[in-house]
Every structure is written in structure tokens, then in C-alpha cells.
Design a protein around this ligand. Structure first.
Ligand SMILES: NC(=O)C1=CN([C@@H]2O[C@H](COP(=O)(O)OP(=O)(O)OC[C@H]3O[C@@H](n4cnc5c(N)ncnc54)[C@H](O)[C@@H]3O)[C@@H](O)[C@H]2O)C=CC1
Ligand SMILES: O=C(O)[C@H]1O[C@H](OP(=O)(O)OP(=O)(O)OC[C@H]2O[C@@H](n3ccc(=O)[nH]c3=O)[C@H](O)[C@@H]2O)[C@H](O)[C@@H](O)[C@@H]1O
Length: 252
């Protein structure tokens, strides 16, 4: 999915929040799927959605967000484990094809570390004269069901980029969008690989907590302890914290 925001490109809930918080910015979502386009055009989603062709042809974006799906590979090396980057690579080829001026390409999809390098390789291999690229990593931390709340009151926004004059300028450009509603102190800037890895590390640590409390719930059953009492007692330790300590196969 691409979204052009006064010359930027974004994903669903994120771009809705940007459209709301940044009235001077024009937000346009682009998706390969006609069905998705129709959904964005439906009454449920409050943003205007022109067709993919028009947007691609008129692509004057300065910032382009790649927020495409990164499913688990279903064949080849890493089958059943690794992320399939074919949609990310397809999006990069599309950008290389349409770019007429310098672009900041923002990697919003959840990707393996150094995916930004693959994006840059694709863009560089198809680079036109007078067009240069900066790649930023800006992982999404929202959870489904609380997307808007997570976006509006994000604990932090993470932006990773190249440590160069151009890289830092690109980071600043993206910071200026988020600063419409996120306090600057909550916008973290890092190098590209730290940002990519932090997203995977956050997901892994959240999963570990659920996994640990679920294991403890088996111990509770065997011993007569009550897992919610244990979770509360453990979570009140400020070093541990109370979130993500609900044992279950998935709570509502
Ligand atoms: N959904 C969530 O709660 C979160 C998702 N993420 C990550 O964000 C990324 C996107 O996730 P979702 O939005 O849930 O996936 P999704 O599968 O719902 O949407 C991806 C969209 O990208 C479109 N697309 C694929 N290639 C394209 C191209 N070249 N040009 C234009 N559109 C293209 C597809 O048609 C699809 O509609 C994934 O990497 C996911 O891991 C990260 C955090 C939270
Ligand atoms: O990278 C992603 O895709 C997202 O993955 C998770 O989000 P998500 O999987 O949508 O939803 P969660 O709220 O994390 O819940 C995951 C599952 O764990 C369960 N859960 C959660 C918390 C808990 O204490 N116990 C528990 O069983 C939930 O019921 C749910 O079934 C992370 O929370 C997001 O920050 C991240 O952006």
C-alpha cells in the first residue's frame, strides 16, 4: 500500500491519523487491490482515494511509505519461518519505475534486519539521473483492535536512518509529520538497523511475556496457585510491569 501525503506515501490507520492531525497535508492511499481501494473509499474510512493509476502517474511524492504485507514464506529457503519480501521488493520496483525526483522511502512493513539495504539495492539498480533515495525505517507498533489509540498515544515513534547529512535530513522530514501530535521527546531516532531490529525485539519480548505467563499458568494448575494473583503480584514490581501478563490462548 502506498499513501501520498502532501507528497508522502502511508498505510491505513496511520495515514488516517496523519490526515486528521495534519490538515495541511493531502493524504492519498494507493493499493494494488481494487477491493482495498473500495474499502478505503467506503463511508467507514474518512480519506479520499483516487485510483492507483492516477496516483502512480502523478506521483510527486517526497516521502513514500511502503506498508505492504510481509507474510511468512511458503516455499524455498526459510519456508514457514522467514518473511517473504516479494511485496516489499515489488513496491520498491514500482517506486523506481515512477520516481521523477528525490524520494524518501519509508519502510513501515515489519521486515528482517537489513531489508532497507535490499530496498536501496533495487532502487539504485534502477536509478534515473537526478533521482536520489533515502531509506528510513519507521516500524509500526500498533495492535489490531487498539490501532487509533496506539497511534494517537504512541509510547514512542521510532525512526531509523542513515548517519549522513542526507540521512539526518530525511529523518527530520519524517519527524516533522509525527510532531503534529507526538511530543518530540517520544520520537526516537536511531540508525536504520537498530530501528529494524528494535521492532523485531519488541515483538519477541511481548511474545515471551505471554509465553512465560502461560507456562506459569500450568504451574499454577499443578500447585493450586491462581495465575491472575501471581500475575498481579509479579506485575506490581515496577521493573517488570503489569502489561502482557494475562494468561490465555488469546483474551478479547
Ligand atoms: N496489522 C497490524 O496490526 C500491523 C502490521 N504490521 C506490519 O505492516 C505491514 C502491513 O500489514 P497489514 O496492513 O496488516 O497487511 P495487509 O495484508 O492487510 O495489507 C497490505 C496491502 O498491501 C497491498 N500491496 C502489496 N503490494 C503492493 C504494491 N506493490 N503496491 C501497492 N499495494 C500493495 C496489498 O494489496 C494489501 O492490501 C506488514 O509488514 C505487517 O507485519 C506491523 C504492526 C502492526
Ligand atoms: O507487529 C505486529 O504485528 C503487532 O503485534 C502485536 O499486536 P497483535 O498481535 O495485533 O495483538 P496483541 O494485542 O499483541 O495480542 C496478541 C495476542 O496475544 C494475546 N494476549 C495479549 C496480552 C496478554 O497479556 N495476554 C494475551 O494472551 C491477545 O489476546 C492476542 O490473541 C504487538 O502488540 C504490536 O505492538 C505489534 O505492532
Amino acid at each position: 500500500m502506498f499513501t501520498i501525503v502532501r507528497n508522502l506515501n502511508f498505510r491505513g490507520p496511520t495515514c488516517s491519523v496523519i490526515a486528521w492531525k495534519c490538515p495541511e497535508i493531502k493524504v492519498t492511499v494507493v493499493d494494488l487491490s481494487k477491493e482495498r481501494i473500495a474499502q478505503w473509499n467506503s463511508e467507514k474510512l474518512p480519506i479520499y482515494e483516487p485510483g492507483l493509476d492516477d496516483v502512480v502517474k502523478a506521483c510527486r511524492a517526497d516521502l513514500i511509505f511502503i506498508s505492504v504485507n510481509t507474510p511468512t514464506k511458503s516455499f524455498g529457503n526459510g519456508k514457514g519461518r522467514a518473511a517473504d519480501l516479494k511485496y516489499v521488493e515489488g513496491a520498491a520496483r514500482m517506486i523506481a519505475d515512477i520516481a521523477q525526483s528525490n524520494k524518501i522511502v519509508v519502510e513501515k512493513s515489519t521486515v528482517p534486519v537489513r531489508a532497507a539495504e535490499s530496498i536501496l539495492n533495487i532502487l539504485s539498480a534502477n536509478q534515473k539521473p537526478g533521482v536520489s533515495y533515502q531509506i528510513l525505517s519507521n516500524p509500526e507498533f500498533l495492535a489490531e483492535g487498539t490501532a487509533i489509540e496506539d497511534l494517537l498515544h504512541a509510547d514512542r515513534v521510532l525512526i531509523g536512518g542513515e548517519d549522513s547529512i542526507e540521512g539526518r535530513a530525511a529523518i527530520e522530514e519524517l519527524c516533522s509529520v509525527y510532531e503534529h501530535w507526538i511530543p518530540r521527546k517520544n520520537i526516537l531516532t536511531t540508525n536504520t538497523w537498530s530501528s529494524e531490529l528494535s521492532k523485531l525485539a519488541a515483538n519477541a519480548m511481548l511474545a515471551q511475556r505471554i509465553s512465560s505467563i502461560n507456562s506459569l499458568s500450568a504451574v499454577c494448575e499443578a500447585t493450586g496457585a491462581d495465575v491472575s494473583e501471581v500475575a498481579r503480584a509479579v506485575g506490581l514490581d515496577s521493573r517488570i510491569g503489569s502489561k502482557f501478563l494475562q494468561a490465555s490462548i488469546g483474551h478479547p
